[in-house]
Design a protein around this ligand. Structure first.
Ligand code: HMG
Ligand code: MG
Length: 306
């Protein structure tokens, strides 16, 4: 087993997509720039989804244009359909992520179609990616439970993972979207998927709703996984998963991995500073939002708001 664990940093996308305040593009760009200096090799940058559905990431083009890409870093973007792919290509994305679910109800709530329809939508997207040598990740949400339908059979996770791999996904991320799983469940799910899709193609993606994320990652490391998603400062959630709290914090994951003797290539001190910095930016954004809301209710307004 390799001693290297690849961290996929999802804070700028999975984190900021779920913030109540809309973070300006220049802060997102600065977050991505700072993360790029830490040694993290994959930084999910944004999503080319509908801005009606996820207004927090409506500035995807602006963010992509502003990133000064480092050659050693990949900057994947989420793409739900061919329209999203056209936008991603125009923004010169070199890595994309398609996303579906192991739960039918979640798929309907998240992307407004069935799992089978989502797979059909991905076909032309992945074909184009292959033609242009673009790296493709496939996400599966709700691998350990669904906010709408409850239990999700492991067989369903295996079936979706197999289809994504056959379609041509280079890597498949198994998402516990609502952070409901516990370590043995996580291990059993991963073991079943790894019987069909090679372990080195699999990543785990835990949200920390019940504080299980690190324990789940540990169980999956023991099973052989060497790619894990996380979010600086534990930003995040999913707008279409009620109760989904933040992703596991990258700082905590890196601390645990280094303590276990794994190499991540990531500078933990730098990461911790970025976590503190982005938290401060979000607090500021929330304060100014609350200030604006207060102003809106005041009968006498300063001139600029009148
Ligand atoms: P829809 O409404 O079914 O799409 O949305 P439609 O094809 O009927 O089009 C409706 C309108 O959306 C049209 O505009 C389209 O042009 C527009 P109109 O004619 O009404 O003006 N549209 C788009 N606009 C911009 N970019 C696009 C796009 N496609 C259509 N790509 C759609 C379907 C998939 C677009 C919508 O449901 C959507 O954007 N969903 C996104 C949901 C999302 O981003 N969820 C969070 C990410 S997943 C996640 O967080 C989980 C993960 O972290 C893993 C885990 O934790 O489990 C990955
Ligand atoms: Mg997520």
């Amino acid at each position: 087993m390799s001693d290297y664990v690849k961290i996929v940093e999802v804070g700028a996308r999975d984190g900021l997509q779920n913030e109540s305040s809309i973070v300006p593009a220049y802060i997102k760009q600065e977050l991505i720039r700072r993360l790029g200096l830490t040694g993290i090799s994959v930084i999910e940058a944004t999503s080319f989804v509908s801005q009606e559905w996820v207004p927090q990431l409506a500035d995807a083009e602006e963010v992509m244009a502003a990133i000064k890409r480092r050659p050693e870093v990949r900057y994947p973007v989420l793409v739900p359909n061919e329209y999203g792919m056209r936008r991603a290509l125009a923004a010169k994305a070199r890595e994309i992520a398609v996303f579906t679910a192991a739960s039918e109800e979640f798929s309907q709530h998240n992307i407004n179609c069935s799992i089978a329809e989502s797979i059909q939508r991905f076909k032309p997207v992945i074909e184009q990616a292959r033609e242009q040598d673009i790296w493709v990740r496939g996400y599966i949400s709700c691998v350990l439970g669904c906010p709408y339908q409850g239990q999700v059979p492991i067989a369903q996770v295996v079936a979706v993972a197999t289809q994504l791999r056959e379609l041509g996904c280079d890597e498949i991320s198994l998402g516990d979207t609502i952070g409901i799983g516990t370590p043995h469940q996580a291990r059993d799910m991963l073991r079943a998927v790894a019987a069909e899709v090679a372990m080195d193609r699999l990543a785990v993606h835990f949200h920390d709703t019940y504080g299980q994320a690190l324990a789940n990652i540990f169980a999956c490391l023991e099973e052989g996984v060497r790619i894990t998603d996380s979010s600086v400062a534990g930003l995040g959630g999913c707008p279409y998963a009620r109760g989904a709290t933040g992703n596991v914090a990258t700082e905590d994951v890196v601390y645990m991995l280094h303590g276990l003797g794994f190499d991540t290539g990531v500078d933990l001190d730098m990461l911790a500073e970025i976590g503190a910095w982005i938290t401060k930016q979000l607090a500021r954004a929330n304060t100014s939002r609350a200030g604006l809301a207060r102003l809106a209710t005041m009968s006498i307004k300063p001139k600029m708001f009148a």
